[in-house]
Design a binder for this molecule. Sequence first.
Ligand code: KG4
Ligand code: ZN
Length: 356
Amino acid sequence: MLKHMRILSIETSCDETAIAVVEAKLGRFEVLAHVVASQVKLHAKYGGVYPTLAKRTHQKNLPIVLAKTLKEAGSTKAAWKPLDAIALTVGPGLDPCLWAGIEFAKTLAQEWDVPIIPVNHIEGHLIISLLASNLARPSLLKLGRAKFPAVALIVSGGHTQLILVKGIGKYKILGETRDDAAGECFDKTARILGLPYPGGPAIAKLAALPKLRLGRGPKRSLGISLPRPMLHSKDYDFSFSGLKTAVLYDYQSRSPKIRKSKEYIQAMAREIQQAIIDVLVEKTMRAAEEFEVKSIVLGGGVAANKELRKRFKGALMAPSELCTDNGLMIALAGYFNRAKKTKRYGRIVSQPNLTI
Ligand code: KG4
Ligand code: ZN
């Protein structure tokens, strides 16, 4: 049975300003409100997240998102029903962005006289994948299907980690990326091809289109073949920067006419997506076998990718819209971290570490 608790969460680690209110009661979590303000359009012209602009935008958006969240939860700041804690993302993420959330949470915590629960962003992605996978009603979440030990692949714009999950709060990192994250690889290769930010959805969209033939006359193959970095390495680490370089070299080796063609860009998008997915699937399945796990979990922004989801059929994963950053995942992780709550912001000095 879950401890009855009402939590408000704040997430500002990257380019989404997100706040949610969740109530834990009678063995389930009820989502009272869940608002995400995305800055994606703002950063698109820079081809990635511009940290100081993101921080300023979080500062501007936080009071607006809070008012919207409280309204959705059926309350106002002046007449707030008892709140037990504020769950707050304290890392990993972009430092200026995290601080925008920390300062805001600190003021609210003092005003409402509630403790702050520091939350690890990656654990948020992991926990929402465990819980939201059995969504019958989007506003009601249960732990239901999760069986341990599990192996979790968390793939986002900033992180790629393979985690052995012995239970909620009991984690061992089996491997992680040695350079770029999987989402970062999507974003950077998309940029080489002249596609918009974020690159993951842009590449996925092109990769899903029917194959195009290059020119008239006899079928010509573009002969694109990208590496699958560290596919057969004995460890559970990943590396995606070589893949990005391979895309750049191939792109530069083509004539301007070819590399601007729809045929080339689509074929490249398909091969980039395939190469990333092949490595992610192979390593996760190998870990699942070696550790004889009872479930496989997929989470993080890249888990919104349709092809990846198909290859992870049967795995626990949140609906696509809850794979990218949101406040709900932080509220849920906050609940499971409630023992770590701090009375005052001053004690949140370091980013919590997932390894135990
Ligand atoms: O988890 P998230 O929202 O933010 C971080 O914590 O980083 O993940 C964002 C990342 C971006 O790199 C974006 O390109 C990628 O997730 N992404 C996708 C898709 N949707 C978002 N990658 C591949 N396919 C998608 N459909
Ligand atoms: Zn994230």
